[in-house]
Design a protein around this ligand. Structure first.
Ligand SMILES: [Zn+2]
Length: 373
């Protein structure tokens, strides 16, 4: 035990007394979008309002109005429409169901691009452990979603049964396409923002990530991450129920495929591969990402018999607070730099379950959702 030291107190975190809502949808992409929009109308509208405020508050830095943001977002649409019309249809459905303008939904889904990554957000922490490192031989994936505090209220879980694609269970918030979750083919995807300097107008990152959630094979998931004409890239931590784990580090023009050979993997918000580091913008800004990375790595290595509980304990870790794995950085002066963990999830791929805490996991209980397939 450490002696008591004057660590900064844990800043106030919201307590949610209910599990995040589960929205069950099925049918064509347009129909699923509409069902989401109707069921989550207030959350979608609230997230648009939040985005408008964020753009307005950042005018000095970005010189961008909400109208300007929508014009920028429109430029990405033809690329998405050509490669993945079904997910553009899904956005159309969300707009129709929630009575929000389609351009506004597209803007939400391209926010990182239209703000030219000045929005240093989604500083998430993702982990995977396979059967070599779990007490019961299950394959687990875990993700802390760090985002602007105002969108915490907009979190929900989607259980989807698309007519022509694999069923999936995913977390999302507001009007964003779902992408962090797992599907009936035993593939989980966790995404972490990275900051490449070669971004361009192309297929938006969230559309690329949405497509990966529908993959039937690992190779297909990797191929989708590397789709041509992509605007930029994420790190996609892919975990397969067989225990195969990959970090696919992507930018607009480059990629690296990292394989988890020791039974565990971690990724945060900086590139790990040398050829990706070469095009990382402002790497010295990503110090807290490195601290979270090494912290999670050490905690994963310490344990040979991980469980859902041991991963949840890592998700609650407060070393380097407020920029800890359990993120509480809500006091930032720059509106583009405020963030917190708005939800944390552990996916048990073997059991096809997702355990999710709504809000900071240090102060909120986990709730379990099952994918019936
Ligand atoms: Zn916490």
């Amino acid at each position: 035990m450490l002696p008591n030291r004057p660590y900064p107190p844990i800043p106030n975190a919201v307590n949610h007394n209910s599990p995040p809502p589960l929205i069950e949808v099925s049918g064509t992409h347009r129909e699923m979008g509409r069902q989401i929009g109707e069921a989550c109308r207030e959350k979608v509208q609230h997230s648009v309002k939040n985005a408008r405020v964020l753009i307005a508050q950042s005018y000095d830095q970005l010189e961008l109005t909400w109208d300007g943001a929508q014009i920028q977002a429109r430029k990405y649409l033809p690329f998405a429409e050509e490669r993945y019309p079904q997910y553009v249809d899904e956005m159309r459905g969300v707009a129709e169901g929630s009575n929000v303008g389609f351009d506004e939904i597209v803007t939400l889904n391209t926010m990182e691009a239209v703000t030219t990554d000045a929005l240093h957000l989604t500083r998430c922490t993702s982990m995977g452990v396979n059967e070599e490192r779990t007490a019961d031989g299950h394959v687990l994936a875990a993700h802390n979603e760090d985002w602007v505090p105002e969108d915490e209220d907009d979190v929900y879980v989607i259980s989807a049964r698309p007519s022509e694609e694999p069923p999936f269970l995913a977390m999302t918030y507001g009007g964003l396409l779902p992408n962090v979750g797992f599907n009936a083919y035993g593939i989980a995807q966790l995404i972490d923002s990275v900051y490449p300097s070669d971004s361009r107008i192309g297929i938006p990152r969230l559309v690329v990530a949405r497509a990966i959630l529908s993959s039937r094979r690992i190779s297909g998931a990797i191929g989708r991450a590397l789709v041509s004409h992509r605007a930029a890239g994420y790190n996609h931590l892919l975990v397969h129920e067989s225990g195969e784990m990959y970090s696919i580090e992507v930018s607009a023009r480059r990629f690296e495929i990292l394989h988890g050979t020791d039974g565990y993997m971690v990724h945060t918000n900086h590139y790990l591969a040398q050829n990706m580091k070469e095009i990382e913008s402002d790497p010295e800004e990503l110090i807290s990402s490195r601290v979270r990375y090494f912290r999670a790595l050490r905690l994963l290595r310490q344990n040979q018999a991980h469980s859902i509980k041991s991963l949840q304990a890592i998700q609650k870790d407060h070393v380097n607070i407020p920029n800890s794995i359990c993120n509480h950085n809500i006091e930032g002066i720059d509106p583009l730099d405020r963030e917190k963990t708005i939800c944390a999830m552990v996916i048990d791929l073997t059991a096809r379950e997702m355990h999710i805490s709504w809000g900071n996991p240090c102060q909120n209980a986990y709730h379990t959702y099952h994918l019936d397939a």
